[in-house]
Write a protein that binds this ligand. Structure first.
Ligand SMILES: [Zn+2]
Length: 676
């Protein structure tokens, strides 16, 4: 920490004592004078100190004169300076914790030198509490600014009815008044508006906003209407939404028939629930050993033709237990797929099958929502099944060449040889699936940049508006998850639009996007990043806000914190911008617990920002952690901490403002260090 200190002729002795004390504590101190007891004019020294603090050359200022009034009055003429008079340590403490004072003024005629040192210590060691105090400090501003804020909001409500008549692009900006500035706009983030919107979208009428239900559709309409009223133009000239093709499916039952043996789904065989083909009949079968190869030593596909056939393989590879192919059934499947097989079956030891069944049962039988990739001819992998060894042994009995699995394994282990070849039986199955196709909607509000050289670059600010809907008759309102992020993005859009209309629009473009399908597996953001409306190579960063309205167990005694995840993973500049936005404007305790490379929660992969990060776009994920109402009916508006939310919204605002207005686009200079 560094200080500037000054005084008039009443204070040189106090000043030297304080300087010595601060230096002993390891701080650096700039002495702005006076150092003599000859009569001087206090403003000369008060301006010097206030100037340092205002320009952020010094973090804190200390001023001393007889009554402290004159130096305080002078210092407070400087923007960004909040000078407080303190004649006890307690007053100094309060000036800092409640009023965020950055200059302390000490009345030399009323305190001893030791008192003065105690006052300085109390000032230095206290921390601004933020929260409701941040709101109040924000309202101090200066007279002209406050007037401007009032006038501009009154003006905007008066002109609301005119909005439709004056489309955005034709609006002429009259810049006759001084600019409100970054700080002033940040202060416009309004907790009452956040509460008003959240009370609507997290009400029972919105039915928990589950993707593919009326509640989600209603939310999308609410958002579209809001952005249109704010004056946003449709991003493509027609619409505020991007269609996200989706598929609801639920497996009702299934049977597999081979060599007279009938197996039922789950108990007899397992399948990935995304399966496209619901039945096959009389498909020729071939046994491909372990379906593995090892450089030039062996290749289980060397002597067989798999084209159009159902390929059966054993799990792993007894000849080479550590090989990549042996460990992963996925890479085995990719191999047979490339060879033109029709279906793929992995035979598992009975005990492995039972463990796998325990894990898969829930996924196989539940209703699932996936991106409808077939719409664009993508993602139709061949049907893949898992069966037990004792079931496969029945099939192998039909062949003279292929022995029982126990014998196959022994021979492979001893001689390194595995027999492969056609099976005389055929493959049949039928799976009963309920399927419905529908379009989810991402909602987009696009504000074009004002600088012709930078407007092609875009910052994307996201939240997901979907939640988990009605479960067992109870509405999960998702006020925190992610109602909190959704209304914060709405409010950010309002404030940036206000700046735009005042002629202070950001130089780069900004896209506010509320995505759908997050709870189904980050589907809306995945679709956007696969079908970006604005090229990903021009996308500067993604700020993603998901759950910022509550506290978790680790912070139950202090709401003024936020977890930041990802800020330093790809761009050191992004991290610096975020840190400095916070220290300059919001003063929130930034918690990087979940950003640690070995953190087991892996939140970096668990919300929508990941679909940007995987394309090497720097991201910040704002998140206040999980709580007892996470994904439960108790996640309600009453429990939301709006002051906290507003403050986090301001942090996102100031970070975005810098990203949007700085000369150079931030650069990607790092490789994500999360462990695989
Ligand atoms: Zn969420």
């Amino acid at each position: 920490m560094n200080f500037s200190i000054g005084c008039d002729h009443a204070g040189p002795a106090y000043k030297s004592t304080i300087i010595e004390h601060l230096k002993e504590r390891g701080f650096s101190v700039k002495n702005c004078g006076t150092d003599s007891t000859e009569s001087v004019d206090y403003p000369d020294f008060a301006h010097a100190v206030a100037n340092d603090v205002s320009l952020k050359d010094s973090e804190l200022g200390i001023l001393i004169c007889g009554s402290a009034n004159g130096v305080a009055m002078t210092a407070n003429k400087h923007s960004e300076v909040r000078a407080a008079i303190a004649w006890t340590p307690e007053l100094a403490h309060l000036a800092k914790t409640h009023n965020d004072a950055n200059v302390i003024c000490i009345p030399a005629r009323f305190v001893s030198e030791q008192d003065a040192v105690d006052i300085v210590d109390a000032f230095v060691d206290s921390k601004f509490e933020g929260g409701r105090h941040a709101t109040r400090v924000g309202k101090i501003a200066c007279g002209v600014l406050t007037l401007l804020l009032c006038v501009s909001s009154a003006f905007s409500s008066l002109s609301q009815t005119n909005q439709k008549d004056t489309p955005l692009k034709e609006t002429v900006f009259l810049k006759t008044q001084p600019s409100i500035g970054q700080y002033g706009y940040g202060q416009m983030m309004d907790s009452t508006k956040l509460r008003a919107h959240l009370s609507i979208i997290a009400s029972d009428e919105f039915e928990g906003r589950e993707t593919g239900t009326r509640g989600a559709e209603l939310t999308a309409l609410y958002l579209e209407d809001y952005y249109s009223k704010l004056g946003f133009e449709p991003y493509d000239g027609k619409s505020y939404t991007q269609d996200v093709p989706m598929l609801n499916s639920q497996i009702q039952g299934g049977v597999m028939k081979v060599a007279g043996q009938e197996l039922n789904i789950v108990d007899g065989f397992l399948v990935y629930p995304g399966i496209n083909e619901t039945s096959m009949k009389d498909i020729p079968m071939v046994f491909a050993g372990y379906g593995a190869s090892n450089n030039n030593e062996y290749d289980d596909y060397a002597k067989i033709d798999v084209k159009g056939k159902c390929v059966v393989v054993l799990q792993g590879d007894i000849r080479n237990l550590d090989s990549e192919g042996a460990k992963s059934s996925t890479s085995k499947r990719e191999r047979v797929e490339s060879l033109g097989a029709a279906a793929f079956i992995v035979v598992m030891p009975n005990s492995d099958y039972n463990t796998f069944k325990g894990r898969m049962k829930f996924y196989i039988t539940r209703k699932s929502t996936v991106l409808n990739r077939t719409k664009e001819g993508e993602g139709a992998s061949i049907p893949t099944f898992f069966v037990r060894e004792d079931a496969a042994d029945v099939w192998f009995e039909t062949s003279k060449k292929i022995k029982k699995i126990e014998k196959i394994k022994k021979k492979g282990e001893k001689k390194g040889v595995v027999t492969t070849g056609d099976l005389p039986c055929t493959f049949n199955y039928n799976i009963d699936i309920n399927r419905t196709e529908f379009n989810g909607k991402n909602v987009l509000a696009y504000l074009p940049g004002t600088d012709k050289d930078l407007k092609e670059e875009v910052v994307v600010i996201t939240s997901h508006y979907d939640h988990i809907g009605i479960i067992d008759g109870e509405v999960n309102n998702g006020a925190d998850d992610d109602g909190s992020g959704t209304v914060t993005v709405m409010e950010l859009a309002r404030v940036f639009m206000k700046a735009y209309k005042n002629g202070d629009g950001p130089r780069r473009s900004v896209l506010f996007m509320n995505v759908v399908g997050e709870e189904k597996g980050l589907l809306g953001s995945e679709w956007y990043s696969d079908h970006p409306v604005f090229p990903l190579e021009n996308t500067v960063a993604n700020l993603n806000i998901d759950m910022i309205g509550r506290v978790d167990e680790a912070h139950s005694d202090d709401e003024n914190y936020i977890y930041l995840i990802g800020s330093d993973k790809l761009s050191s500049e992004l991290h610096e911008i975020s840190e400095s936005a916070n220290s300059s404007f919001t003063n929130i305790a930034l918690d990087y617990t979940f950003n640690a490379p070995d953190d087991p929660n892996r939140f970096y992969y668990r919300s929508d920002h990941y679909n940007f990060a995987k394309h090497n776009i720097p991201v910040i994920f704002y998140f206040s952690g999980v709580h007892e109402d996470y994904h439960a009916p108790g996640d309600d508006v009453e429990k939301i901490m709006f002051t906290k939310m507003t403050n986090v919204g301001r942090l996102a605002f100031h970070t975005a403002w810098e990203l949007l207005n700085r000369d150079e686009k931030i650069i990607v200079d790092k490789v994500n260090d999360f462990k695989d």
